[in-house]
Design a binder for this molecule. Structure first.
Ligand code: LLP
Length: 421
């Protein structure tokens, strides 16, 4: 459930008409709902209430500081995957002991940054990384708390580009090698082994792959404890999927996910962490765009929008479906017609949807892409020298621009010309 609803035939974000924001901010833009962000965080937090736990928002999904602050105020931790994300979380006021550092290629500089500023734990993904982290920590007179990310070789049954838990993926260490790797970690002077980490992929719409992975983690916990490791924290990753269409998808509910975690892992008495990104931010954001032209092609009509693949790349990159709805609701009984919905960027990949049934639209009409809150703004680029689009946050009847549209001067003046030109 989200807070983008039609009221009196006009799409609202909470209590604010979307068209009012469009008039002030200009299109295209991203629009987030505080109430939806909060609701999703609380659902997950409550789903784990039977266990000691921390929900660490995977801020890669949407990393604006206003979003981070909204979640941090509810007690959220953060899952970061780069020095930049770490600094952004700190800038939003998240304390170091609530920041988990994930990622397969942490550099020495990033490790140092996090050790200096404080970090809950590093989720380590390889033996060479362990050695570097240990050396960095020793050089600072510290011990770095770590989990090792294990790759459970489970098929997450999701899009190939976002599955991470099969043995052919670059992530984690093969679970079969875990005992050796933990022994190595325990022998390194700069590391303190505290737990196990697993993350098998994103947009999972079935609990079964999670269950298989967590069962393997439970077995591994017992084995590692028998080997003498003090396994007290389990980081279970993110990945719970969301409905991208209002009609036919029904991914598992957070309560069922929480119950399954407690069933598979509750007996171990570990503190549990999860790293949800999409589930918190996905349906808490829409992208609002305006029709520039309606163009009649050979046997099809194109809706040419002012938003493009550089603003929302998911359809081009993952063939992802986003519901696209008119901001002004059509009169009941209005007949729909098929459109190819495209952006102005100069490649055919800049297509959001083909033969999508929509009410008749004309130049100047506004449309909203639903489910665009996660992996939307953060994956945007300036391709075609198009400005990064603004982000706006709504809170009840108020709204604020939380990232302004840069001017073309700002963009162009970032280039520097070598002296020989
Ligand atoms: N933890 C780790 C280690 C991850 O790699 C990810 C996502 C998450 C947590 C959060 O997963 P979530 O709860 O959001 O599914 N750009 C793609 C999704 C990439 C996900 C990458 N890792 C998309 O637009 O679908």
């Amino acid at each position: 459930m989200d807070h983008f609803l039609y009221k009196g035939g006009v799409l609202h974000a909470e209590d604010v008409p979307v068209a009012e924001i469009a008039a002030q901010v200009g299109t295209p833009f991203y629009l987030y709902s505080t109430a939806t962000l909060e609701r999703h965080f609380k659902l997950l937090d409550e789903a784990l209430c039977g266990m000691e736990h921390l929900v660490c928002y995977a801020m890669k999904a949407a990393s604006n500081q206003a979003i981070l602050k909204t979640l941090a105020a509810l007690g959220a931790g953060m899952d970061v995957v780069s020095g930049g994300e770490y600094l952004r979380a700190k800038a939003a006021g998240v304390p170091g002991d609530k920041i988990v550092f994930s990622g397969v290629g942490k550099t020495e500089g990033e490790m140092r940054l996090a050790l200096e500023g404080g970090v809950r734990q590093f989720n380590v993904e390889s033996e060479p990384e362990m050695e570097v982290l240990s050396a960095v920590a020793v050089s600072m007179g510290l011990r770095a708390p770590i989990t090792v990310r294990v790759n459970p070789d489970v098929d997450a049954k999701t899009h190939a580009k976002i599955a991470t838990g099969k043995s052919e993926n670059k992530f984690g260490i093969p679970i079969a090698r875990a005992r050796d790797v933990y022994a190595q970690a325990a022998a390194l002077p700069g590391l303190e082994v505290i737990g196990i980490d697993v993350h098998i992929g994103s947009q999972l719409t079935d609990l079964e792959p999670f269950r298989q992975a967590y069962r393997k983690v439970a077995e591994l916990t017992e084995i590692l404890r028998a080997d003498g490791h003090d396994i007290r924290r389990l980081d279970l990753g993110g990945g719970l999927g969301i409905p991208y269409t209002q009609s036919n998808e029904a991914p598992p509910l957070p309560t069922d996910y929480g119950a399954m975690i407690s069933e598979e892992l509750g007996h171990l008495g570990c503190e549990v962490e999860i790293e949800p990104g999409r589930l918190i931010a996905g349906n808490a954001g829409i992208m609002v765009s305006q029709v520039i032209y309606v163009k009649s092609g050979e046997g099809r009509d194109f809706l040419i929008l002012d938003g493009a693949m550089n603003d929302l790349i998911r359809p081009a990159m993952y063939d992802a479906h986003h519901d696209i709805v008119p901001v002004v609701q059509p009169a009941p009984g209005t007949e729909q017609q098929p459109y190819d919905i495209v952006g102005p960027v100069c490649e055919s990949g800049d297509t959001f949807a083909k033969q999508r049934m929509m009410p008749p639209l004309k130049a100047g009409d506004l449309v909203a892409f639903r489910g665009a809150g996660a992996y939307g703004a953060v994956m945007s680029s300036e391709y075609n020298t198009r400005a990064l689009i603004p982000e706006v946050l709504v809170h009840q009847h108020q709204f604020a621009v939380i990232r302004a549209r840069p001017t073309f001067d700002e963009m162009i003046n970032r280039d520097t010309i070598p002296e020989w030109l």
